[in-house]
Design a protein around this ligand. Sequence first.
Ligand code: SF4
Length: 321
Amino acid sequence: MEASEKQVKTMRILLAFPRGFCAGVNMAIETVETALQRFGTPLYVFHEIVHNQHVVQTFSNRGVIFVNDIDEVPPGSVLVFSAHGVSPEVREKARQRQLRTIDATCPLVTKVHREVRRFADQGYTIFLIGHAGHDEVIGTLGEAPHAIRLIQSVAEAETVEVPDPDKVAYTTQTTLSILDAAQIVARLRERFPKLVGPAKDDICYATQNRQEAVLAIAPQCDVFLVVGSQNSSNSRRLAEIAASTGIPAYLVDGPQEIDLAWFAGKETVGLTAGASAPEHLVQECIRLLQEKFGATVEEVFLREEHVHFPLPAELRLVPSH
Ligand code: SF4
């Protein structure tokens, strides 16, 4: 660590804007805050409310219980569905268990669920472009499991088979790499010329803006830091996109994961945060680089965001005690 500190003379941090919390994450966190105030603990949340270790740990410390199975929730309890959405089967199980549910699904994920239902009702086979096992994909698949084919790569787009090649549609996970998704859609379109898609891109505004901001900065950087958790899809994509420009890129949950040796001989550091990463962790990373390397900070502005989602209806309609 000491040797690397001496090798960098002046360090410059190019800080991406926009970065960090998106409207869906803000709404989901506010939902849990409001539910805690209104109903107290224990409060149950199905899956991580957002994919960020720090956020989940902070709520756990305050008595929130995160579960991966509805059977873990005692009948009659209050249960929040996370920002990533859930399948109809999970909703039904919660209903049967007489849980009081609050739905913090991001409206942009709900939009994808609606598209899937519409295409399935019209008899389409749907290519869902996304990552197997991700909470959002599990929820979306559950809308029409019989009609959906999950496509994770161009290679899978090459080989997928469908009952009627003229009746095919696609939707995507909201947090994919724009470029990777475009390549997969292009290959599907070559194989299935009648492929139809959503009226507007499913990759959400926050994912697109954060990726574009990284692409704008990375060519000027020697190394890139992304603040976010390993299981955060949009954060991982940011690190991959930075790395695709030929520089080392690291995804860290916070300053404690930073290895100062990464900065040996590097002068310009790109810095951003995934849509579920709190800003104070970004500031703590900056403070570390300032302390160790005397770094200066320059914010690089891409565009403003003015998206806001209201609290779930269940919280808007229920009066406070
Ligand atoms: Fe919604 Fe996009 Fe944020 Fe996911 S990343 S919660 S889809 S706004």
